[in-house]
Design a binder for this molecule. Structure first.
Ligand SMILES: Cc1cc2nc3c(=O)[nH]c(=O)nc-3n(C[C@H](O)[C@H](O)[C@H](O)COP(=O)(O)OP(=O)(O)OC[C@H]3O[C@@H](n4cnc5c(N)ncnc54)[C@H](O)[C@@H]3O)c2cc1C
Length: 423
């Protein structure tokens, strides 16, 4: 750890690294952040992502303001209601009187959350060095995002005249083991499918998913612009501070195993690490008492989700709606899913053994990772004619310059790889 006269060095100018840098600079520390990419958010390309508001009873923007991170620095759109598409194509509407989640944009455009946090960091005097490679042993905080792959998401961004909207679809065929979504914000849409089982051709799933949205939302016009995507790295580390270094965000495996909502964990863990360095809290204790119970709950939920197909998803959707009718607010069901009660503690024992793999990195860090599951027999199906057409249309757009930004995020040169994985 740097002494008081030395700067705090952070690897990664994404959400967790920037959040940490803002708190540290506000606390009077000199901070230098290194990022291998050319800008914050460059890992993404205008993807919409949801900032969840259900894992704690506190509104996340209130938390941000308490920490001195101004959420008005980036564009966000509040949602109280979504369309929930059941596996049998029934559509119902979970809603909440509170803000259920906020949609933000990722990338390097001015209004993205990445650039908002970057501006706040620069305002506090943080020095950010882009296209800069640094060794982990020269860093105090590792905030380099995902390393390995536990799941992927793949989507298409398009222009549309459809009003602002979010659909969340539970469907094991179109999104193996997971869900797909449609997000429209101010004339730009994103249809994305999440693959929690490894597939050789993700395009097939995206094209069929787009076909589903075309059929079920006939007013949804679409002029495709680009395709986007990325991966998630989910793990439970035995220690979050190792060899004097803090592992934050997805570099620390801090991701929601159930849905992949990792942004809140990333920012929160960055703040906790900074507060430890400032002598205000203990990082390990904060993570293990505040974030780990949620993470473990999401491990259990993921373990159960892996065991059910569309029939199970339908039961989940029906139960959600019954719960909303009884309690008058759909967000309460989501909050209930993250309660670390006796049932989940019991199942966690089996989930940990059955789903997570013991992993040791070259620098000796121990964790239990969620490997990318193999495809199942039911993942092989014949694409519809319209899905093939959608794929062909995209190929034409690609030839005219349509971009695909599905980047390999691993940087094996600087982040030590796994040397041992057993069970
Ligand atoms: C397609 C997709 C959709 C998603 N949707 C949602 C969603 O709806 N809601 C949600 O909450 N989460 C979502 N997530 C997850 C969320 O994006 C991540 O959990 C979050 O960005 C993690 O933050 P981070 O700070 O750990 O990493 P990042 O924000 O990715 O930042 C990591 C930074 O480290 C840099 N870096 C990498 N290697 C090095 C190195 N060796 N040296 C220096 N710098 C390095 C990278 O360039 C990057 O700038 C999604 C993820 C994907 C891929």
């Amino acid at each position: 750890m740097a002494n008081d006269s030395e700067p705090i060095v952070i690897m990664g100018a994404g959400l967790s690294g920037l959040a940490a840098s803002i708190i540290l600079a506000k606390g009077g520390k000199k901070v230098i952040v290194h990022d291998i990419r050319e800008n914050s958010g460059a890992r993404f390309d205008g993807d919409f992502q949801g900032l969840e508001n259900w894992t704690t009873g506190t509104d996340f923007f209130e938390e941000l303001r308490e920490w001195g991170i101004d959420p008005d620095e980036f564009k966000s759109t509040d949602f109280h209601e979504v369309d929930l598409a059941h596996p049998d194509d029934t559509i119902t509407k979970p809603w909440s009187s509170r803000v259920a989640f906020r949609v933000v944009e990722r990338g390097s455009d001015e209004h993205t959350i990445d650039q908002g946090l970057k501006r706040l960091a620069l305002k506090e005097g943080v020095e950010i060095k882009y296209k800069s490679r640094i060794k982990p042993q020269d860093c105090d905080i590792i905030a380099a995002g995902p390393k390995k792959t536990s799941a992927v998401a793949y989507g298409e961004v398009f222009k549309t005249s459809f009003p602002n909207h979010v659909t969340f679809q539970l469907n094991d065929k179109l999104a193996p083991g997971a869900y797909s979504y449609l997000i429209v914000i101010d004339g730009i849409g994103l249809i994305c499918t999440c693959l929690w089982r490894q597939q050789s051709k993700s395009d097939r799933f995206l094209n069929e998913t787009i076909n589903w949205y075309e059929k079920n939302y006939p007013e949804l016009d679409r002029i495709p612009i680009k395709r986007v995507g990325g991966k998630g790295d989910f793990a439970i580390h035995s220690s979050y501070k190792s060899n004097g270094r803090y592992y934050v965000g997805e570099a620390g495996g801090l991701q929601d195993f159930m849905w992949g909502f990792g942004m809140r964990y990333a920012i929160t863990s960055g703040v906790f690490a900074a507060k430890d360095i400032l002598g205000e809290t203990d990082y390990e204790i904060e993570i293990k008492s505040k974030l780990l119970p949620k993470l473990k709950t999401s491990v259990v939920n993921r373990f159960l989700m892996n065991r059910i197909g569309d029939r199970g998803f339908k039961q989940v959707a029906k139960y959600w709606m019954r719960h909303q009718k009884k309690h008058g607010d759909g967000l309460l069901f989501m909050e209930k899913l993250y309660k670390w009660g006796i049932f989940r503690r019991f199942i966690f024992f089996f989930a940990n053994l059955g789903m997570l793999k013991k992993t040791i990195t070259k620098d000796g860090r121990k964790m239990r990772r969620m490997p990318f599951r193999n495809a199942l027999k039911r993942d092989v199906w014949k694409p519809s004619e319209r899905a093939i057409e959608i794929g062909d249309e995209w190929e034409k757009i690609k030839r005219k310059g349509g971009k695909i930004s599905f980047t390999e995020d691993s940087d094996s040169k600087t982040i030590p790889d796994v040397v041992e994985a057993s069970d």
